[in-house]
Write a protein that binds this ligand. Structure first.
Ligand code: F6P
Length: 554
């Protein structure tokens, strides 16, 4: 195993001793040297706290970690998902790799798209007429992908309205269905396993909602997407409306599969294919471009630099595009469920930091909430900025306001302010120029100083559409993969979600007061034994909380 600290520390030490202002001043070509392009997609790494030598060390790391060999093995169908002993071939869903022999990717996609078109055209309709609304019921990868994409591509939607229900909280389904007409609504149950608690409970509740309105006709109002086709059939959804995918598609990589059905219903088959084509263009680039010019590889290496050389534990993802507002949540699952691991592929504990905490919000909204901390807080949080040059809604409005210029200027201003800051001397000079008296200058100068030297990467493209969105998602997918290879972890399983699921199943009887397993309370609702835990072996805290919830719910 490569010692990341040993490789990177000499470069980190050199760069800790300088700052971004100095690095920009020293090299007029810094932007040209540290930015990359693929067609209209540009990534500017020049505001990251690194230099050409550090980049060369990172590339050597990628080479020695076997990134190219791992990529080729994944594409060739090797069982890259070790703990589940599965291939990892989501690229095959968009033509970026070959599918395993016998798995009919093209045929399955054609069937799914034909159904989407039948719903759009009214050929598959309810008795009351064509479906006006689609409700997708799923969670995690069976929700975040299609929900994020549907929102991002709203200008492309010329089909029924799309809604998404994920949370087991009854409020989610209730609020989404409140203003919908069940007689004109189609429900898609999306679950790779068709066993997920939240999805199955919501699916049953949605079926009951449909039945109350349309009785036995409810079957026409339901479709399913799953790799457990038998499970969907057992739920009672007609085979003709069950769309499968394969175990070599991870949940958080499944938006390209039949899981994209609601999106296809909204935007149509041609636009859905353009979405796949965009991802395939990134796949081709990822497979062919040399490490130094390979966008996902360099994005991954910069992430390794932030995490393992500089020790920064977080990344803020800030798209300057309101329609990408769910993109941070999408990447959160993609990245944190993949690389939030502490065990090497071989089973030994890792000795270095792995996946960072990812969070974010659309700009400019984010500027008015957490950017204060990014500029002047005590922690350094690197930012990924994403922006599209052209608005799909026109830039000017009738009042002459140029929204797009304001949006883009804000994006560039934030990365510039983070990188360069404003020194105390500059603050003092500026205040003096504005006529402030010395007392005020002394009192306020420190508060108005920005330390700067805070890193960011900026990703630009011409505009947000099905092709460029597909390409952007694939960029982050491959970045996550490359980092997993360098960290030598299994990026494709998600064992970390299991323990909580098991515990929740055990706690339901306790919360309901079903005596069998013991609920931590005596008959009068008081805790049996706070210090020891209860009959079911609950810890004192959980037993106390169960008792309190039961009491409060009376
Ligand atoms: O949260 C764990 C997880 O397995 C995710 O990886 C997945 O996207 C989600 O649950 C939903 O799973 P399913 O599609 O099987 O319902």
């Amino acid at each position: 195993m490569i010692d990341l600290a040993e490789r990177l520390e000499p470069h980190a030490a050199r760069l800790r001793a300088t700052d971004l202002r100095t690095l920009f001043a020293a090299d007029p070509d810094r932007f040209a040297r540290l930015s990359l392009r693929l067609d209209d997609l540009l990534i500017d790494f020049s505001k990251e706290k690194l230099d050409a030598q550090a980049m060369a060390a990172l590339r050597a790391l990628a080479r020695d970690a076997g990134v190219e060999e791992a990529r080729d093995a994944m594409v060739a169908g090797a069982h890259w998902n070790l703990t589940e002993d599965r291939a990892v071939l989501h690229m095959a869903l968009r033509g970026g790799a070959a599918a395993p022999a016998g798995d009919d990717v093209d045929g399955t996609r054609a069937r799914m798209l034909a159904f989407a078109e039948a719903v759009r055209s009214g050929r598959h309709a309810a008795q009351a007429g064509p479906f006006t609304d689609i409700v997708n019921i799923g969670i995690g990868g069976s929700d975040l992908g299609p929900a994020m994409v549907a929102r991002a591509l709203e200008p492309d939607r010329d089909g029924p309205r799309l809604h998404f229900v994920s949370n087991v909280d009854r409020a989610h389904l209730a609020d989404v269905t409140r203003d919908l007409d069940p007689a004109r609504t189609l429900v898609i149950v999306a679950s790779k396993t068709f066993t997920t608690l939240e999805t199955m409970m919501n699916a049953r509740a949605a079926r009951a909602w449909l039945r109350r309105a349309v009785g036995d006709d409810a079957g026409r109002h339901m479709a399913a997407v799953s790799s457990n086709v038998a499970g969907a059939a057992a739920f009672g959804i007609d085979d003709s409306r069950v769309f499968g995918f394969w175990d070599w598609v991870g949940g958080r990589y499944s938006v390209w599969s039949s899981i994209g059905l609601p999106v296809a219903m909204g935007i149509g088959a041609a636009a859905f294919r353009a979405f796949l084509d965009g991802a395939a263009s990134m796949d081709r680039h990822f497979r062919a471009a040399p490490l130094a010019r390979n966008l996902p590889v360099v994005l991954a290496l910069v992430g390794i630099w932030r995490r393992n050389a500089m020790g920064w534990p977080m990344v803020a993802l800030v798209p300057y595009d309101q329609r990408l507002a769910r993109f941070p949540a999408y990447v959160q699952q993609l990245d944190m469920e993949s690389n939030g691991k502490r065990t090497h592929r071989g089973g030994a504990p890792v000795a270095h930091a792995t996946g960072p905490v990812i969070w974010g919000e659309a700009g400019t909204n984010a500027q008015h909430s957490f950017f204060q901390l990014l500029h002047q807080g005590t922690d350094v949080v690197p930012v990924d900025f994403i922006a599209n040059a052209v608005s799909r809604d026109g830039a000017d409005d009738e009042t002459g306001g140029d929204h797009q210029a304001a949006l883009l200027a804000s994006c560039l201003a934030q990365s510039q302010a983070l990188a360069l800051g404003r020194t105390e001397a500059e603050v003092r000079a500026r205040m003096a120029e504005q006529g402030a008296d010395t007392g005020d200058i002394d009192r306020l100068a420190a508060h108005r100083t920005f330390p700067g030297d805070r890193p960011s990467t900026t990703i630009l493209q011409r505009r947000l559409d099905p092709f460029t969105l597909g390409r952007l998602i694939a960029l982050y997918e491959h970045k996550v993969f490359v980092q997993g290879v360098i960290w030598d972890i299994d990026s494709v399983d998600q064992r970390g979600v299991e323990l909580g699921k098991e515990r929740a199943a055990e706690l339901v009887p306790a919360l309901r007061g079903d005596g069998a397993s013991g609920d931590g309370t005596s008959d009068d609702g008081a805790s049996d034994d706070g210090a020891r835990g209860d009959r079911a072996g609950l810890d004192a805290s959980t037993a106390g909380l169960v008792a309190a919830l039961r009491e409060l719910s009376q």
